[in-house]
Design a protein around this ligand. Structure first.
Ligand SMILES: *Cc1c(COP(=O)(O)O)cnc(C)c1O
Length: 224
């Protein structure tokens, strides 16, 4: 199947899930980690605008190669503080902010000639000690720190639940994150993005209120 065909069938599956759940359509973030710039360009030619990358270095090369396409680039991988300067320059969104140190570094390095950097707080909803993301009770303080930075725009939350093989077991994590998101949106009117759901669980995430799904495999095929 061509990438364009994958895109159309994925959009169709999103629409089906959206209809079934009677929810507004989420944004599709095409996760392009490990994929060459040519594959990103092919999806862009078919109409896809938003792309997710996990590694700053890898993304920097693609952003540079494809600068003329004016795509929307989201960082969805863990961000080390020493890469915050590059991340603040090349991305439109950073979805993995989980500590105040990162807030300060991103704000300091966001170039003055670019719009404020869109930021999501990554929540470690299942309390896995080995994983990244802040705890649910750290969200309010982190949100306050982000909202105080004019070079950053707080847009919402991102979550990666424990990848139980049975995707239905991820539903409680989605529900918990949705509750946190509603509380945040009630306090900050600019908060409009709940990033949850991947190739194998997006239907459940949409039913639980996702506004953005992050999909790699279903679009590009298995990663090599
Ligand atoms: C790789 C990745 C995805 C996409 O996963 P697929 O199963 O390929 O759809 C989504 N979110 C994050 C954070 C990822 O690292």
């Amino acid at each position: 199947m061509s990438l364009a065909a994958n895109l159309f069938s994925t959009l169709q599956r999103l629409e089906n899930a959206t209809d079934e759940a009677q929810r507004p359509a989420p944004r599709l973030l095409a996760v392009s980690k490990t994929q060459p710039a040519a594959a990103v360009a092919a999806l862009a030619a078919a109409g896809q605008r938003a792309f997710g990358e996990n590694y700053v270095q890898e993304a920097a090369a693609k952003v540079r190669d494809l600068v003329e396409l004016s795509l929307d680039w989201h960082l969805i991988g863990h961000l080390q503080s020493n890469k915050a300067d590059v991340a603040a320059q090349i991305f439109d969104w950073v979805e993995t902010v989980d500590r105040v140190k990162l807030v300060t570094a991103l704000a300091r390095h966001r170039p003055a000639d670019r719009p404020p950097l869109n930021v999501l707080i990554q929540v470690n909803i299942d309390d896995e000690t080995s994983k990244h993301g802040c705890t649910p009770d750290q969200v309010p303080a982190l949100a306050e720190a982000i909202a105080a930075e004019p070079r950053l725009q707080l847009r919402g939350l991102m979550v990666i639940p424990t990848p139980y093989p049975d995707a239905a077991l991820r539903r409680p994590a989605f529900q918990h994150t949705r509750a946190l998101f509603d509380a945040l949106a009630a306090q900050y009117p600019q908060v409009d993005t709940l990033s949850m759901g991947m190739s194998d669980d997006f239907a459940i995430a949409i039913a639980e209120g996702s506004t953005q799904v992050r999909i790699g495999t279903a679009l590009f095929g298995a990663r090599v």
